[in-house]
Design a protein around this ligand. Structure first.
Ligand SMILES: Nc1ncnc2c1ncn2[C@@H]1O[C@H](COP(=O)(O)OP(=O)(O)OP(=O)(O)O)[C@@H](O)[C@H]1O
Length: 347
C-alpha cells in the first residue's frame, strides 16, 4: 500500500476545501487579482465522471487547473488527494501525486524539445516512473496506450512532433497521460488547437479514459458545446467565482445565473434564420467588477442594490443545480457548501 492510499474519512480522490488563489499584491496590496475565490469541490473515487469547467478568458479556469495539479499552492484553503493535504506531502509522495493527477495541455508539444521523437516523449514517463522491467515491455506499454487512443504505432513512433497532425499530437498526449494510469486527468482546452473533424476523436479518447478506466476528468474549456457533449457536471466560472454548477443538462438547458444565460445565448446555432451569437468574449459589455459583492453585477441586467454589497451564496435550485445569485434567494432548498453537492452521479 502506498503512502497516498485513501484515508478512511473520505470517498473523494481529489477534494478542494475553500480554495482561493490571489495573485499580486505585494507590500502595497495593489493590482490584486482573485483568480479563484473560495472553491470547495469533491471528486469521488468511484464513478467520478467528467466535470467541465467553463467560462470566458480570465475567469480562473487555468488557475483552478494548476491548483488541482499541485503546480501552484492555494493562497487560502487546502487541496486533498485521497484525504492527504498535498501541501504537506514529502518528496516521494509528491512524486506519486504528480503521477496520479496528470495534465493534458493545450499545446502539448510546445513544452517538448522539437528534436525529440515521439518515442522519447512516450518513453520518458516509463523510465522515470519505472513502469517496465525491460525495453520490450516498455515498448509494449507504449504501443498499447497509443492503440487505446486510436493511434497506430507504425504511424507515430519514429517521427518528430512536426511530422504529425495537431490531432495526432494531442492524442499522443492523451496516450502519454494514460501510460501512467492516473486517477485524475486535468485537460486544459485539449481541443482548442484542432479543427472540428478531429475534435470528436480526441474528446472520444478522453471520454474513454473516464468510462473504461474510471479516471476522473476535469475538462477545462471556453466552449459550452463540447462541455455539453462529454461532461456529466459543469462548473461555470466568472472572474474567479463559481457562478453556477450542477448537472450539465440542467445548467445548459435551463441556466439560472444571468452570466450562464449569456454564455448559453452565445452558443452558435445551426439555424440560418437565427442570428448567430459570437464568442463569449465579444459578449462582454464592459464594466469593471466590484471589489465586494457579485463580480457579475456591473454587467448584469438584473442587478439589485444588494448585489454590489455582498457576494451571494450558492443557492440550491433542485437536486442537481445551484447558482450564485440573489434572484434565487427565495429557494427553499437552502445553500450548497461544496459545488459537488449538486453533481449528479455519473452512473
Ligand atoms: N501568475 C499570475 N500572476 C498574476 N496574475 C495571474 C497569474 N495567472 C493568472 N493570473 C490572472 O488570474 C486571472 C485568471 O487567469 P486564468 O489564466 O486562470 O484564466 P482562464 O479562465 O484560464 O483564462 P484563459 O481562458 O484565457 O486561459 C486573470 O485575471 C489572470 O490575469
Amino acid at each position: 500500500m502506498t503512502a497516498l492510499a485513501p484515508t478512511d474519512d473520505t470517498d473523494n480522490v481529489l477534494e478542494l476545501k475553500n480554495v482561493s488563489k490571489v495573485f499580486g499584491g505585494g507590500l502595497l496590496r495593489r493590482n490584486i487579482t482573485v483568480a479563484v475565490d473560495d472553491v470547495s469541490l469533491g471528486i469521488p473515487r468511484e464513478n467520478p465522471g467528467i466535470i467541465a469547467v467553463a467560462g470566458e478568458s480570465g475567469s480562473g479556469k487555468t488557475t483552478l487547473a494548476r491548483l488541482m495539479l499541485g503546480i501552484i499552492p492555494p493562497t487560502e484553503g487546502a487541496i486533498y488527494f485521497n484525504g492527504h493535504d498535498i501541501a504537506s506531502l514529502g518528496r516521494s509522495d509528491k512524486r506519486e501525486f504528480r503521477r496520479e493527477v496528470q495534465p493534458i495541455m493545450q499545446d502539448p508539444f510546445e513544452v517538448y524539445n522539437p528534436f525529440y521523437k515521439v518515442d522519447h516523449v512516450m518513453m520518458a514517463p516509463v523510465t522515470n516512473f519505472g513502469l517496465a522491467r525491460s525495453k520490450s515491455e516498455a515498448r509494449d506499454l507504449v504501443v498499447e496506450s497509443l492503440e487505446t487512443v486510436g493511434l497506430r504505432h507504425q504511424e507515430t513512433l519514429g517521427r518528430f512532433p512536426h511530422q504529425l497532425s495537431g490531432g495526432q499530437r494531442q492524442r499522443i498526449m492523451v496516450a502519454r497521460a494514460l501510460l501512467l494510469k492516473p486517477r485524475v486527468i486535468v485537460a486544459d482546452e485539449p481541443v482548442s488547437m484542432v479543427d472540428a473533424s478531429l475534435r470528436a476523436t480526441i474528446l472520444g479518447s478522453i471520454d474513454l479514459l473516464n468510462k473504461e478506466l474510471g479516471i476522473a476528468v476535469i475538462y477545462i474549456t471556453h466552449d459550452l458545446t463540447t462541455a455539453f457533449q462529454i461532461s456529466d457536471n459543469i462548473i461555470v466560472m466568472y472572474q474567479g467565482s463559481v457562478v453556477e454548477t450542477g448537472r450539465v443538462e440542467d445548467v445548459i438547458q435551463a441556466p439560472q445565473h444571468p452570466y450562464t444565460q449569456l454564455l448559453v445565448e452565445s452558443i452558435p446555432r445551426p439555424d440560418p434564420s437565427e442570428r448567430w451569437g459570437s464568442d463569449m468574449a465579444s459578449q462582454e459589455t464592459g464594466g469593471a467588477s466590484t471589489e465586494v459583492g457579485c463580480r457579475f453585477a456591473p454587467r448584469c441586467p438584473y442587478a439589485m442594490a444588494e448585489c454590489t454589497e455582498e457576494m451571494p451564496p450558492l443557492y440550491r435550485i433542485g437536486d442537481t443545480q445551484a447558482a450564485l445569485c440573489y434572484l434565487h434567494r427565495d429557494s427553499s432548498l437552502g445553500n450548497v457548501q461544496s459545488i459537488s453537492d449538486v453533481f449528479k452521479s455519473s452512473v
